[in-house]
Design a protein around this ligand. Structure first.
Ligand code: HEM
Length: 162
């Protein structure tokens, strides 16, 4: 569960990321491919659309994490429902993009590294903890979405030209 402090830390840090979002996306993928060069081949040659989609998804997640408690009983359209969106995202990552299950740890490390680089002193221990928790919840939910696929277990790493 996320505490109120987590939610505030996520919201405030994202406000600081927004003006440098494109640089942050560049740094993130640079770091990811440094940590795990074999993942480059999972992505298309042109990374620009991917960077935009990742930033849009993160913005949506940050907004949803900040959902006011008073609104929990309200009806939400499927496309605005964080749980459904993240489950479906996880399913696409498993079935379409065939990302290895253990890649979530590397992606999480690249994300925290990017926030550290981008935010500097503003990336306090509290903010790191909050992002670690949010990412952990996302990764868990995405893996659950992946498990929903009929074939069951995760496939081995396959690249576009495999
Ligand atoms: C919280 C974790 C993650 C988030 C929020 C995220 C977000 C996204 C988004 C928004 C897309 C655009 C396409 C779509 O919506 O289906 C995408 C595509 C993709 N992601 Fe992720 N992702 C995450 C984890 C990962 C991990 C762990 C990997 C493993 C390397 C990965 C690799 C990819 C690949 C290969 C694509 C498809 C690119 C393409 O073919 O166009 N993602 N991701």
């Amino acid at each position: 569960m996320l505490t109120l402090t987590d939610k505030q830390a996520i919201r405030r840090s994202w406000e600081l990321v927004t003006p440098i979002a494109e640089t942050a996306a560049d740094l993130f993928y640079q770091r990811l491919f440094e940590l795990q060069p074999s993942y480059r081949k999972l992505f298309p040659p042109d990374m620009a659309p991917q960077k935009r989609k990742l930033l849009a998804m993160l913005a949506f997640i940050v907004k949803s994490v900040d959902w006011p408690d008073t609104a929990w009983k309200d009806a939400v359209d499927a496309e605005d429902d964080l749980l459904l969106v993240v489950l479906a995202l996880g399913r696409r990552h498993g079935v379409l993009y065939r990302v290895p299950d253990d890649s979530y740890d590397v992606v999480g490390a690249a994300l925290l590294w990017t926030l550290d680089m981008g935010l500097g002193e503003a990336f306090t221990a509290e903010t790191r903890d909050a992002w670690t928790r949010v990412y952990g919840l996302l990764a868990k939910t995405m893996r659950m979405g992946r498990c929903a696929r009929p074939e069951g277990s995760a496939p081995a790493l396959q690249t576009r030209d495999a």
